[in-house]
Design a protein around this ligand. Structure first.
Ligand SMILES: Nc1nc2cc(Br)ccc2s1
Length: 247
């Protein structure tokens, strides 16, 4: 997967050199490049923002630098490595909620291009013009406002990269984690069997794998019912009476 990130604070994306994402880059599974938006400015002050039409507080990111950046990073003609046009991902409080399902969708793309907004946001015409050439997805991490999109890109890139083949050692863990089957993961335990008077549930030490699987499923459903009933509503729960959950 190829990923390009455009930001006025490229150093914010330095954590993408670390840990498993760094390994994914070293192995070639992930080819990531971070670009400074000011590369595509031409005035002495390298201006990327201006006052908003219609008045109001703050500044808006100018369309010209973004337009030139997208022309270079998402050229209409096929690039030497034959990549198709990227999917443009724009973190914004006004976007669609990010989710494991969207992470899975993005992980299946061959080329992602992240645009990190700052100030009051990016001139809308940048997204409108890009949408005439490529798929544009505005993504929200939640109902709160950050200083810019960079931190959101770090979150999205971590969720996406861990889904790429070969990145996580034990691929099986992908199947069991929270949200993998529309449920929250239940409690997990390791040695010692007793710690500060608290014992590991007997079932987990029984060696009865069928009983263990049922127990884990039930715990996941109960935890989800208690913490995220909204997730349960969308899930056919076989083998567990919903009335039990209401009890
Ligand atoms: N939750 C979020 N806040 C922001 C703020 C800006 Br400015 C750009 C992107 C995002 S995503």
């Amino acid at each position: 997967m190829r990923v390009d990130v455009v930001s006025i604070f490229p150093e914010y994306l330095a954590p993408l050199d670390l840990s498993l994402i760094g390994k994914a880059r070293a192995s070639g599974v992930l080819r990531l490049a971070v670009h400074d938006l000011r590369t595509w400015t031409h005035d002495v002050h390298r201006t990327v923002d201006d006052t908003p039409y219609g008045g109001g507080p703050g500044m808006v990111m100018r369309p010209e630098p973004w337009g030139e950046a997208l022309d270079v990073l998402a050229p209409d003609e096929l690039t030497p490595d034959g990549l198709t046009l990227p999917r443009l991902v724009v973190p914004t409080p006004a976007g669609v909620p990010f989710s494991q399902a969207l992470a899975q969708e993005l992980a299946a793309e061959s080329h992602l291009l992240f645009a990190c907004g700052r100030y009051e946001g990016i001139d809308q015409r940048v997204l409108d013009h890009a949408a005439t050439r490529m798929r544009v997805t505005e993504v929200s991490l939640g109902d709160y406002v950050l200083f810019g999109g960079e931190v959101a890109v770090l979150v999205i890139m971590e969720a996406v990269t861990r889904l790429l083949p070969g990145v996580l050692g034990n691929a099986g863990s992908l199947d069991e984690e929270s949200h993998a089957h529309g449920l929250l993961e239940g409690p997990v335990y390791t040695k010692p069997p007793s710690w500060r008077g608290l014992d590991v549930p007997e079932v987990l030490r029984s060696g009865d794998h069928g009983r263990i699987a049922r127990w884990r499923r039930d715990e996941a459903v109960l935890r989800t019912a208690g913490r995220r009933p909204d997730m349960l509503a969308a899930l056919p729960v076989e083998g567990l009476d919903r009335d039990d959950l209401a009890a």
